[in-house]
Design a protein around this ligand. Structure first.
Ligand code: HEM
Length: 119
């Protein structure tokens, strides 16, 4: 499950940047398709995240924060893509993306116990 979780968010990250560059180069149709696939990956990230949560016996605030950070990353993906499409400023959401992503990585890799290195 941890491998599936990592795979889904790495694929989502790649799709996000692909959708972004397609949007910026005016290929809106392609961007739309990639964004649809990206949205499917949101569901997979959440499903694997919830799957991991279900393996935890005592869910403390660190797990809640991890889940919130993960959902926050997904939220910033959507905000950035929508705002790029509408030619609006994205800097505030890029900052949020960096903060949320760093928090998810830190909590996932450094704080919480499950790891793909020693499952
Ligand atoms: C793009 C969003 C997300 C990113 C970048 C992310 C990142 C990570 C990382 C790096 C790990 C640790 C993997 C390891 O130690 O091998 C992890 C584990 C985990 N994630 Fe996520 N995640 C995201 C979304 C979510 C969501 C939405 C949820 C909950 C619904 C969630 C719940 C969990 C849980 C429960 C673990 C296991 C923690 C442990 O006990 O070590 N994640 N995630």
């Amino acid at each position: 499950m941890i491998h599936a979780h990592i795979t889904t968010w790495i694929v989502a990250l790649i799709l996000f940047f692909v959708a972004l560059s397609l949007n910026k180069s005016g290929k809106t149709k392609g961007a739309k398709i990639v964004q649809m696939i990206l949205r499917l990956f949101y569901l997979l990230i959440i499903a694997t995240g919830v799957g991991l949560l279900s393996q935890v016996s005592i869910i403390d605030w660190k797990y809640i924060l991890k889940a919130v950070a993960g959902l926050w990353v997904i939220g910033t993906f959507e905000m950035i893509l929508t705002r790029v499409k509408n030619d609006r400023r994205t800097s505030v959401f890029w900052i949020q993306f960096v903060v949320a992503f760093a928090l998810a990585l830190y909590l996932g890799f450094a704080v919480l116990p499950m790891s793909f290195l020693h499952p």
